[in-house]
Design a protein around this ligand. Sequence first.
Ligand code: BGC
Length: 417
Amino acid sequence: MRNYLGRKTTILVALLATTSMAHAEDVEVLHWWTSGGEAAALNVLKDDLGTKTIGWIDMPVAGGGGEAAMTTLRARVTADDAPTAVQMLGFDIQDWAVEGKLANLDAVAAAEGWDAVVPAALQAFSKYEGSWVAAPVNVHSTNWVWANKAMLDELGIAQPNTWEEFIAALQTVKDSGKTALAHGGQAWQDATLFDGVVLAVGGIEFYKKALVDLDAEALGSDQMVEVFNRMATLRGFVDDNFSGRDWNLASAMVISGDAAFQIMGDWAKGEFVNAGKVPGTDFLCFRMPGTQGMVTFNSDQFAMFEQADAGAQTAQGEMAKAIMSPTFQSAFNVVKGSVPARTDVPNDAFDACGKQGMVELAEAAKNGTLIGSMAHGHANRAAVKNAMYDVVTAHFNGEYDAKAAAENLVNAVAAAE
Ligand code: BGC
């Protein structure tokens, strides 16, 4: 009992100390940027805010894709203790807006002219009922492959452009005794592969019908069975220890030459760059074979939770303004692996993969081949996304075959809707 009370007292004292240290211009930022590359990008943001004398209270919740962060957020809001600013994806922003928890950013958006420079595909998530409720810091996309160039050269593998070439390349690596596909067995990572495979099998129309419109026929179609067959093929190229592995450790396998390829969003590039690697020389970046010309995107945005305190509100506005400045968007995204959320940021500072990403994003937006990533909360609400995660992961782990997986997908989505 004494121990328990003692601990409680210590926590209380610590809390009071934090509160009294905090000044009006602090922001408490909840995020899941905890890998090496992510932390480097986060430092760009922290340093930028530091120059504007906005204090930073760090609230990291590890876990790629942000599921754990969103669970923590829910607990904090329920306890009436919402953080000031929260990294958030797509439909989660909309869900919190519906609950009336987000601050209105229209004043800063109007003063800074956001309407004219943020693409419509992002505004669809940043705005609720016509008002800005989040500031987009970047655009990531999920249909990328990262490859160790030295290993490919050594094995005589050219960059694969078609699905068949990709599978042949994976087979060559496997035959050499090395790990062909670096992967971490976590639901969101399996789903990230699934994004690309759906696109490769059926193109934008099929992706949209199945993952965005949730059309039961598309979800249970022969094409979806083919998607699951391909997922099983990919599973055959993963090493035995993949279960539970974090995505950045999978990236590290490619960086160090323990594995040849990783299918992952372009935050993976942040890991390569953070390790001093150069695109074209040390590693290759290319779209998942069969998805060239198409982009499955997700955008990290900062949503501000409504605060009563005027100082906190000022800090939120300042943070939103800082995030949206063109120079910051360049500096941050060069490190993060993503591309700017504004259309008017010069590409000079970006490496070859970043430049490619910027061009492809603009072209896809123009051609109608830009679509939200299911795995990263931009195709449907969390309940549906999680239902899809369950089926994709169960199948990836061999719980059922491709045909049963497609059937289960139809049922799981119907139950979640
Ligand atoms: C986020 C990225 C992050 C990645 C892995 C994605 O959902 O958009 O910013 O780097 O998860 O943590």
